[in-house]
Design a binder for this molecule. Structure first.
Ligand SMILES: [Zn+2]
Length: 150
């Protein structure tokens, strides 16, 4: 499958660099393929940006998608794509980024990092559904020292 990448820009945000769309993109559209360095050794995780690909494989993503920020109410998601004809043992699946909602030109692209509870850090995404932590929604109860909001 050939992927035609949408136009995106890297800009600075209060949380570091982020990826912004340069055009309006409808929901459910593929923005591009996340490329980078695949590692088969979970002990040599290259950077905080690493994405698990399943099995023992992690992907250390290259720009621009290296700089995707987390939101508890994201407008994009990552998914893996395995082409039946390309699939071979030990060959990593391809990682694609798609929109969940319509994105305006100039809007920041965000994904839900969905980290496990032991990796959780406080979240500053400012969405109205912010969980307070960058963590998988199902792991929120397990975050150590979490202050419950009532
Ligand atoms: Zn948040």
């Amino acid at each position: 499958m050939k992927v035609k990448q949408k136009r995106v820009r890297i800009e600075s945000t209060p949380l570091g660099r982020g990826v912004f769309s340069a055009e309006r993109i409808r929901g459910g559209q593929i923005i591009g393929e996340v490329t980078g360095t695949v590692s088969h050794d979970p002990d040599t995780v290259g950077s905080e940006y690493c994405i698990e690909l399943g099995g023992d494989m992690t992907l250390d993503p290259a720009p621009p998608f290296r700089f995707l920020n987390h939101s508890c109410q994201p407008n994009c998601e990552l998914f893996t794509w395995e082409d039946e004809e390309e699939a071979k043992p030990g060959v990593p699946p391809r990682m694609l980024l798609q929109t969940l909602t319509t994105i305006r030109a100039g809007e920041e692209l965000t994904i839900d990092y969905a980290w496990p509870a032991d990796m959780a850090i406080p979240c500053g995404c400012q969405s109205s559904h912010c969980r307070g932590w960058i963590v998988d929604a199902n792991e929120l109860e397990k975050v150590p020292g979490r202050v419950r909001h009532v």
